[in-house]
Design a protein around this ligand. Structure first.
Ligand code: ZN
Length: 434
């Protein structure tokens, strides 16, 4: 594993195969499936490591982004937008320029200035925090953004959605007092666990990432010790199994990394929680305390799903394209048995769309019923409408996993599906779903 420290939140995470991780033959190759299922692709003229998203892939991505934003809103985060470019000076102050320059694209000369594509969102958020004065009453102040960042990977290592040069990062920074760090880190860890459950993801392991030998880390032993103690306290209290790993910290602080593994056992970081005393110092951040004096906040960096690219790649590999219903490009396919039920089928699909579901009709012009069911094998809910069902507004539901439910009123079925989707249920039809 590389001992290079990490520069940004998790888009810049490591990728190595630890010994002893078993092969998971059920995992799929996301590059092959991504092309077959028309989720994403690349073109040499756009460039290696710069995938584009096709409509079905964009739908999955949009659902995932909306889920994360919604979870963040519920947890008291406020969203911001910040530009993907910044002056070189910004990254000199943050420390990225001295610790992380090899992974950044070369600066662009624009007049007398040098602009760089950002390697992380943290410096922009520190500046946004600094742009207004803050009282201790506003803390913890939780700032979130799903924003672009860039990494100058060599073209030889690029591929699919896992090694890319343009990264869309689910990132957030919590500005808080030292006393609030443990609670905030715990809250972030809870969000991460909820998200993994909804996504049907099982982490390979939790890792406490510490600095290693070498001068690649900010030198402040006392601050490293405090930050490490705080994260250790959170992990020990969580009941989670974890292991400590040297040489995997960010250059500015230790972190909790939630590791996932691909089909070949290669590990990478999906989610992360980091404690940072360094950047608040470098940017001169402060808040006004109850005593009227100026105090330094701590920055907790956290990401729930990491980079959108890596998260979707893992979802494709984990589920083989059979995404949890709330992420599926098409959630409901309505199958009229014959052309005579085409109008009824279209009416059901329209009602489903009216309820916010992604629904379409696959009629007999696309083949016999069995062939259409096969074609829709990745669609979580298949509503079959024959002459008897059409006569009284019912549909017979087939689930993607092969289960079949007795015919029941189509409206009730759609409402039930909508509530499962709205709850981000990882199960297609839980036992209590009737
Ligand atoms: Zn950050």
């Amino acid at each position: 594993m590389s001992s290079k420290p990490r520069g940004g939140c998790p888009g810049a995470s490591s990728c190595g195969r630890p010994p002893g991780v078993r092969e998971e033959t059920t995992m799929h190759d996301h590059r092959r499936l991504g092309r077959e299922l028309e989720l994403f692709d690349t073109d040499p003229l756009i460039g290696a490591g710069l995938p584009y998203w096709l409509p079905d892939g964009a739908t999955v991505r949009h659902a995932l982004e909306e889920y994360v934003r919604d979870q963040e809103r519920r947890a008291g985060y406020r969203h911001v937008y910040s530009p993907v470019l910044g002056k070189r000076d910004l990254y000199q102050i943050s420390g990225h320029w001295s610790h992380y320059r090899d992974d950044m694209f070369p600066p662009m000369d624009v007049g007398a200035e040098q602009l760089v594509l950002r390697p992380s969102l943290c410096p922009h958020h520190a500046i946004i925090y600094r742009s207004r004065s803050h009282s201790y009453r506003e803390l913890p102040l939780r700032m979130a953004e799903l924003g672009g960042m860039y990494r100058s990977e060599l073209s030889g290592v690029l591929g699919g959605l896992t090694r890319v040069r343009a990264i869309q990062l689910n990132d957030a920074h919590i500005f808080c007092t030292v006393d609030q760090v443990a609670d905030e880190a715990r809250g972030a860890l809870d969000m991460i666990r909820r998200a993994h459950h909804a996504m049907g993801i099982v982490p390979a392991r939790y890792r406490l990432s510490l600095p290693g030998p070498g001068g690649k880390y900010v030198a402040a032993p006392e601050l490293w010790r405090r930050a490490t103690d705080l994260l250790t306290e959170v992990l020990d209290g969580s009941g989670l199994q974890y292991e400590a790993a040297e040489g995997e910290a960010a250059f500015y602080g230790p972190k909790i990394d939630v590791q996932i593994a691909d089909g070949a056992g290669r590990e990478s970081t999906l989610s992360t929680v980091q404690v940072d005393f360094h950047q608040p110092e470098r940017f001169g951040l402060h808040y006004v305390g109850a005593d009227g004096g100026r105090h330094r906040p701590v920055m907790v960096h956290r990401s729930v799903i990491g980079s959108v690219e890596r998260a979707v790649a893992h979802l494709i590999e984990r589920h083989g394209g059979a995404f949890p219903a709330w992420l599926a490009p098409v959630q409901v396919v309505v199958l009229p048995v014959s052309g005579e039920q085409a109008g009824d089928a279209e009416a059901i699909a329209e009602r489903a769309r009216g309820l916010g579901l992604r629904a379409e009709v696959a009629g007999p012009e696309r083949g016999g019923l069995a062939a259409r069911v096969r074609e829709a094998r990745l669609v979580p809910y298949q509503a079959v409408v024959g002459a008897r069902e059409a006569a009284d507004g019912r549909a017979a539901l087939r689930l993607r996993d092969g289960r079949r439910l007795d015919p029941r009123p189509a409206d009730a079925l759609l409402l039930r599906i909508r509530s499962l989707v709205a709850a981000h249920s990882p199960a297609l039809w839980p036992a209590d779903a009737g």
